[in-house]
Design a protein around this ligand. Structure first.
Ligand SMILES: CC(C)(COP(=O)(O)OP(=O)(O)OC[C@H]1O[C@@H](n2cnc3c(N)ncnc32)[C@H](O)[C@@H]1OP(=O)(O)O)[C@@H](O)C(=O)NCCC(=O)NCCS
Length: 400
């Protein structure tokens, strides 16, 4: 499958059924170190490879914090083998012991696996639990991973060491390894090779002959949220935004060319399901006039989720990203809600503006009574009481 056409990524969130996987940052490090130090985790996740900078020490290992309801509950990571002949990804995971046995591992592994297959174009994934780690083996099997029996080349060609160690070896080391794989693959039987390299491991793999189990394949299981400025979105992605919005509204609220123009020039949150765009919203900067002040406002535009994917939390994910941009980049947020969306925004803490609504037109400030009752604000560092007059700056098309 082609890669998603949004190469300039500033944020990536992988959505599972229960968990969210987000790239590890400083704010996750302390909690991840605490979880990794737990006895049940240490038993299988050796500390020997860990540097003091862990988990931010190895750019070649893609590490995700596993979040449940916003709390850090573990770590999932992958590395990629780029050699064309042997391209595959290796996955590793640990979870907080208090979350063991609840299906979170399956959810997180399936989420990462779908990302690697659907978005990174892998046809083969490898995971390498200790042979006595029956809980992990069962968990991976339930996602669709199978023992490597019958795939001699796969088992023989990678002497298995920790991901961290492999990454530290660098490209030269990996190339040498690949050459060694080719030699051993030709000469060893599957089981012989496995015993030579790592007798206490029980490698499993997932490839297209063993797709993800039915439970993991339902619609919406694997989506990817990307956040990018208009300047970083390819033409195809902007075209997909237009098509999504064209189909999202009833005829009397149809999305126009001017509405689309209003959605550009800021930060977009896009939900991709494979190569299909199923959710979008953007935030652009405007000046709102209130109480004698010109407020630097993050104005939300073009929010929509494809009709067959609604009430699955995608709108929530889009708005969560945009609200973060608003909180960090603006003094408040504002938007004009379509008829059907007021309850959605209200459920997130947006407040309907109960005062008057105006527009700063080229001829002066004019009241816009039609808009009253439909404008919502998200107070930030600017304390808004949602009373008095709120006026927006001028633009072509609908000012609000
Ligand atoms: C508004 C819209 C973006 C919401 O997207 P969504 O993915 O369906 O929303 P979510 O599943 O994330 O909903 C999150 C919460 O918002 C609230 N919510 C969402 N849609 C709602 C609705 N139609 N009525 C009442 N509450 C709603 C609920 O509290 C919901 O949680 P719940 O499903 O657990 O009850 C989507 O309905 C849509 O695209 N509508 C057409 C376009 C549109 O009106 N865009 C807004 C322009 S201002």
């Amino acid at each position: 499958m082609d890669a998603v056409p949004a190469p300039e990524v500033s944020a990536l969130v992988l959505h599972g059924q229960r968990s969210q996987l987000v790239p590890v940052t400083d704010e996750h490090a302390t909690e991840l170190r605490r979880i990794r130090a737990a006895r049940e985790v240490r038993r299988y996740w050796r500390d020997v490879d860990a540097s003091s900078g862990w988990p931010l020490d190895e750019p070649s290992v893609a590490r995700f914090a596993v979040l449940v309801d916003g709390e850090v509950r573990g770590l999932a990571q992958y590395t990629e083998e780029d050699d064309e002949d042997y391209r595959h990804a290796s996955i590793d995971i640990f979870l907080d012991p208090v979350m063991h046995g609840e299906g979170l591992g399956r959810d997180a592994v399936a989420t990462l696996a779908r990302y690697l297959v659907d978005h990174r174009g892998h046809h083969r994934l490898v995971i390498d639990p200790a042979a006595d780690n029956t809980a992990a083996i069962r968990c991976y099997a339930s996602v669709g991973f199978r023992p490597c029996g019958g795939h001699a080349a796969l088992r023989a060609r990678r002497p298995r060491r920790g991901l961290a160690r492999r990454a530290a070896d660098g490209l030269a080391g990996r190339r040498a390894e690949a050459r060694q794989h080719r030699r051993t693959a030709a000469g060893f039987s599957c089981s012989g090779a496995a015993h030579v390299h790592r007798p206490h491991r029980s490698p499993l793999h997932l490839d297209q002959r063993h797709p993800l189990s039915a439970a993991e394949r339902h619609n919406g299981d694997m989506t990817e949220l990307r956040v990018a400025h208009t300047a970083d979105l390819p033409t195809e992605a902007l075209q997909a935004v237009r098509e999504l919005l064209d189909g999202a509204f009833p005829a009397d609220e149809a999305y126009t060319e001017q509405d689309h123009e209003h959605a550009l020039g800021g930060v977009h949150a896009l939900v991709w399901e494979g190569t299909e765009l199923i959710g979008h919203g953007s935030v652009v900067m405007r000046r709102l006039l209130h109480d004698g002040r010109a407020l630097r406002t993050g104005y939300v535009e073009a929010v929509a989720v494809r009709a067959d994917r609604r009430r699955l939390g995608h709108g929530d994910a889009v708005m969560g990203s945009l609200e973060r941009v608003i909180r960090r980049g603006y003094v408040c947020g504002a938007l004009s809600a379509s008829g059907m969306a007021g309850a959605f925004y209200a459920s997130r803490g947006w407040q309907v503006w109960t005062g008057t609504i105006s527009v700063v037109t080229p001829h002066g400030v004019e009241r816009a009574e039609d808009e009253e009752g439909g404008i919502y604000v998200l107070p930030g560092s600017a304390s808004l009481t949602a009373r008095g007059d709120l006026a927006c700056d001028w633009r072509d098309g609908e000012p609000w």
